[in-house]
Design a protein. Structure first.
Length: 212
């Protein structure tokens, strides 16, 4: 599994305001949106393209455009939705699937409660959106789900990650043959006893959408 930390000063700047408890929900949403466009730039470095013939006003040339089948973007409900618009701005022709995974607050294990994905994903590049890679249980389950449907290249984009989560992902996905990458804004210190990333930013879903 490839892990890429996008340690750009603009990303670190925006992450600082995102982490700050004084940042209100509208600003938090805007920052998450801006951050994902910056992370998407790194995450799509290997997006598949095909040659495309065009004519400029001066003459013919061959450029590229996104290859078929188009990439699939999968936000993990609910917090991953806060990253969807930013990602789609970068990949407007991608398709979108939804996966609802919930974490048991006691066992910290993830289970599926919703899924709206194509039955088969053979030959598809998939971009999974989840702001927090904490224990790694949710992402490991999501990646396994996508691989079982035939996805052959998966990139998870997270705003923050915990070392424990990256370790678990690496261990749980050891047998996955398809390339799996994680592109993240930062790897924080650790998880606390409740599975929150430290220093982190708190509960990403609550900060994006309020407490429900
Ligand atoms: N999910 C969150 O929203 N925040 C964390 O710190 C960990 C998991």
């Amino acid at each position: 599994m490839r892990v890429h930390v996008a340690d750009h000063p603009l990303i670190a700047h925006k992450l600082t305001y995102l982490r700050d408890r004084r940042t209100d929900t509208p600003t938090f949403r805007r920052l998450a949106d801006e951050l994902v466009t910056l992370l998407a730039y790194e995450a799509t470095r290997d997006v598949r393209v095909a040659p495309f013939d065009i004519e400029t006003p001066v003459g013919p040339t061959t450029g590229i455009h996104l290859a078929n089948p188009k990439p699939l973007v999968v936000p993990i409900l609910r917090a991953g939705l806060g990253m969807l618009d930013g990602m789609m701005r970068m990949l407007p022709t991608a398709e979108v699937g939804f996966l609802g995974l919930v974490r048991d607050e006691v066992t910290l294990e993830a289970s599926t409660y919703a899924n709206r994905l194509p039955e088969r994903l053979d030959g598809r590049q998939v971009y999974v959106l989840d702001p927090m890679l904490a224990t790694g249980g949710t992402l490991a389950m999501a990646v396994r789900y996508l691989v079982d449907r035939g996805a052959d290249d998966i990139t998870a984009i997270t705003l923050l990650s915990a070392p424990e989560g990256i370790e678990r992902l690496q261990a749980e996905l050891r047998d996955v043959v398809a390339p799996v990458s994680v592109v993240t804004g930062a790897i924080d210190e650790r998880l606390d006893e409740h599975g929150y990333i430290v220093p982190g930013l708190g509960d990403a879903g609550d900060r994006l959408y309020g407490v429900v």
